[in-house]
Write a protein that binds this ligand. Structure first.
Ligand code: BGC
Length: 532
């Protein structure tokens, strides 16, 4: 099938429930590390399609695919040169369409990533801009400061480190909040709006169920691009409004995209990847006429501490409820150290990660699962010689490097590439991953994979999980106990066991538990669900 022909619409039936996203469990596939279909050591769309049954068995509602578009891969595909093709690394448009078709057949919705804040420096517009064409106005080109224009136009820093400006051969500078290969688009220019509307339609027509919007808080820059006056700006992201992030003007764009999404049938959604300084500001992205979801990074960055977690849960729920939306619980993604490692690593990290999974899956709202967290994968400590994250090459801008959470998944077998594909893996997998593979954990009572399978399945079967109310119950310091309509969830975040009156009938637990009729000893760092 040619790329052009592949544009015909897939109309496979997907079960349509009203407001499906409000409590959906959405699985993030980092395409290059999920499954390799052609044996080149890099995950691709045919590989992902062949592994969809794993997601159906896990019980998730939707899959989010990271960018697979035409790209020089300067930032793992978040540098898009052509938004309407599939990069040959990952397959072709027919493969994308076949994946959407197959996912729908299995009852899974498909969300694709859209990257509107910047293009690749190899995008036709940017090449024309460098050649002095009118496309220049679609980016942010400025003369430099200093006698010879030798200094950047302002003091903004790239999220990946170093100045957010690069000088071109003709002496002007262009803005890039990420790598130099990712020039920021000028969203004050009507052609940019028009082009993205057309790109969204292209993928909606192909049948996708929505978009994860990359850097949804970055498209509008403050008037006059004022200096910030401080260094280490990456550390300020998510802590305050910056002249390049979380500007009020971005909301107008999201409103127009919502109108576009609503013009399609089938409840297509928009998910904001937005870093906002407070739950209240984040909630602005999910007002009724804006996007459907925004990732809750406040919870992701919260320490392993019951009272801190409770505070984040309360403020997140209060903020989203005030605008009629639900919260999304996220523990990991392709940009952060895997949470088993963040929570202390080793057995302790895994114990906490398993408890956190049950906690978040019991809370009201939607939950995201980053590929491999259902296997309890830890962050991999990689040698610098294999690192590919542009942040590694640009200096100290981004705290923590992002390759260790992107190591390809172990599916089966005794040694690397553990069933990932026939031809190795683009980042080396550790020797000890045999016991962590999908095949090794399947059907193994007590494995992390079986815990996730049970939790996601039970979440659908038990009354009262998913969307709806929750009520905190009194519990000892260091623990959290809350009631949904038919379920009580108990979390002991402490390093010691704690006794509680038995809340009901044990439904699921992150560790082995033997409750007595009246009292239960909750093991250290564990979570359990009880039906009441
Ligand atoms: C994506 C990153 C990417 C950046 C620039 C992010 O928020 O999740 O992986 O490097 O946007 O596109």
């Amino acid at each position: 099938m040619t790329q052009e022909l592949a544009r015909t619409r897939t109309d496979q039936p997907v079960p349509r429930t009203t407001n499906w996203w409000r409590d959906a469990v959405i699985y993030q596939v980092y395409v290059r590390s999920f499954a390799d279909g052609d044996g080149d050591g890099i995950g691709d769309l045919p590989g992902a399609r062949a592994r969809l049954p794993h997601l159906a068995e896990l019980g998730v509602d939707a899959v989010w695919l990271t960018p697979f578009y035409g790209s020089p891969q300067a930032d793992g595909g978040y540098d898009v040169a052509d938004y309407r093709v599939v990069d040959p690394l990952f397959g072709n448009l027919a493969d994308a369409q076949a994946l959407v078709y197959e996912a729908h057949r299995l009852g899974l919705r498909v969300i694709v990533d859209i990257v509107p804040n910047h293009t690749s420096d190899q995008h036709a517009w940017f090449r024309a801009a460098l050649a002095g064409g009118e496309e220049r106005a679609r980016y942010h080109f400025r003369p430099g400061r200093g006698a010879e224009g030798e200094l950047p136009p302002n003091d903004w820093e790239s999220v990946f480190g170093g100045p957010a400006w690069t000088r071109t051969a003709d002496g002007d500078w262009y803005l890039h909040l990420f790598a130099a290969e990712q020039p920021d688009l000028n969203w004050e220019h009507p052609a940019v709006h028009k082009e993205f509307e057309s790109i969204l339609r292209f993928w909606l027509d192909l049948g996708v169920d929505g978009f994860r919007i990359d850097v949804a808080h970055g498209m509008i820059k403050a008037d006059g691009m004022p200096d910030i006056g401080r260094r280490e700006q990456a550390k300020m992201i998510g802590a305050q409004v910056l002249p390049f992030f979380d500007q009020d003007g971005v909301h107008e764009i999201h409103r127009s995209w919502r109108r576009l999404l609503d013009s399609y049938d089938g409840e297509r959604i928009g998910v904001a990847e937005a870093w906002a300084p407070s739950a209240e500001r984040l909630a602005l992205y999910v007002r009724p006429d804006e996007l459907h979801q925004a990732f809750n990074f406040q919870f992701l960055t919260c320490a392993w501490d019951a009272s801190a977690m409770r505070q984040v849960i309360d403020s997140s729920l209060a903020a989203t409820t005030s605008v009629g939306a639900t919260t999304t619980w996220v523990l990991s993604n392709h940009d952060v150290v895997r949470h088993t490692t963040r929570y202390g690593g080793g057995e302790q990290g895994l114990r906490r990660a398993r408890a956190a999974a049950l906690l978040t899956l019991a809370l009201p709202g939607s939950a995201y699962v980053y590929q491999g967290e259902e296997l309890g994968l830890p962050e991999v400590d990689l040698p610098d010689s294999v690192r590919q994250d542009p942040a590694f090459f640009r200096g100290d801008g981004q705290e923590g490097l992002r390759d260790g959470c992107r190591v390809p998944l172990p599916w089966s077998g005794d040694s690397a590439p553990y069933g990932f594909g026939r031809g190795g893996s683009w980042l080396p997998q550790p020797d000890g991953w045999k016991a962590l593979s999908v095949a090794a954990q399947s059907g193994e009572p007590g494995s992390t994979l079986e815990l996730y399978r049970s939790a996601i399945t039970l979440r659908k079967q038990l009354t009262g999980l998913g969307d709806g109310e929750m009520e905190w119950l009194e519990s000892p310091v260091g623990t959290l106990v809350f009631r949904r309509s038919g379920v009580v969830c108990t979390l002991n975040a402490l390093a010691d066991a704690v006794e509680l009156p038995t809340p009901g009938r044990l439904a699921l637990s992150s560790v082995e538990l033997t409750p007595a009729a009246d009292v239960v000893r909750l093991p250290a760092e564990s979570c359990a669900w009880w039906t009441v």
